[in-house]
Design a protein around this ligand. Structure first.
Ligand code: SF4
Length: 225
């Protein structure tokens, strides 16, 4: 889905083919590439694979049909920025899915259910404010920080969640959170931090095996024993 959106936005940006057919082709190519490079996937049968393929395609069609589909020429698509940010000891690096003409960064999310707008903005605060910091570092002031959710309900929905640009306090908080992560990585603080997201974590076995100082190889060896 991401590849299909990218192909649509790149076409609008560069004046290429932004037709439904071209976007569908990008989707199909990405689907096959994922199967080839990251598969095999455990589809029960061909019917299940087809259902999965069509579900994604339906969501993309819903986006292209929605008022959220980019009509103008974007300012940028998937452009990598790497900037020095005051208070951060490493350069901040990020690639925004889309930057609209007025410098609003937009990040696309797929979701199984309709998002709660307040939670969504809170959950993605670090990412959105980081985009603002990157844009400000190149002299631009985004008027809004946006998420567009592609919701995979029976009838797909496209929902935009807008956040006001961060003030000095919010920016300082995000920089401090990023710096806390940098410090943790630098000092090897990779300890478990059990919380609500453990219920959908894929690394619970590794997490159970963890003791201070263990390397990833030691953890895998212990789990394999
Ligand atoms: S189960 Fe996953 S999310 Fe929970 S503490 Fe362990 S690694 Fe973190």
């Amino acid at each position: 889905m991401h590849a299909a959106l990218q192909s649509f936005h790149l076409a609008r940006w560069r004046g290429g083919d932004d037709s439904v057919e071209a976007v569908s082709e990008a989707y199909e190519a990405a689907f096959l590439r994922l199967e080839r490079e990251e598969g095999p996937f455990n589809f029960d049968d061909e019917a299940e694979r087809e259902k999965c393929r069509l579900n994604g395609l339906r969501v993309i069609a819903a986006y292209l049909d929605s008022p959220e589909a980019m009509q103008e020429k974007p300012r940028a698509v998937e452009v990598l920025l790497k900037e020095e940010i005051p208070g951060l000891s490493v350069p901040l690096t990020g690639a925004m899915d889309l930057v609209e003409g007025n410098f609003t960064p937009v990040d696309f999310k797929s979701a199984a259910a309709k998002p709660d707008t307040e939670h969504a903005a809170f959950d993605h605060e670090i990412q959105l404010v980081s985009y603002q910091l990157l844009l400000e570092a190149i002299g631009e002031s985004p008027p809004s920080l946006d998420l567009v959710f592609l919701v995979k309900t029976k009838t797909p929905q496209v929902i935009r969640v807008k956040s006001a640009p961060a003030d000095a306090h919010r920016k300082a908080r995000v920089v401090a959170l990023l710096e806390t992560a940098v410090d943790g990585i630098l000092h090897g603080r990779f300890h478990p931090q059990p919380s609500m997201h453990c219920s959908w974590c894929q690394f619970r076995n590794e997490c159970k095996a963890w003791l201070p100082g263990m390397t990833a190889e030691e953890i895998h060896r212990r789990n394999a024993a």
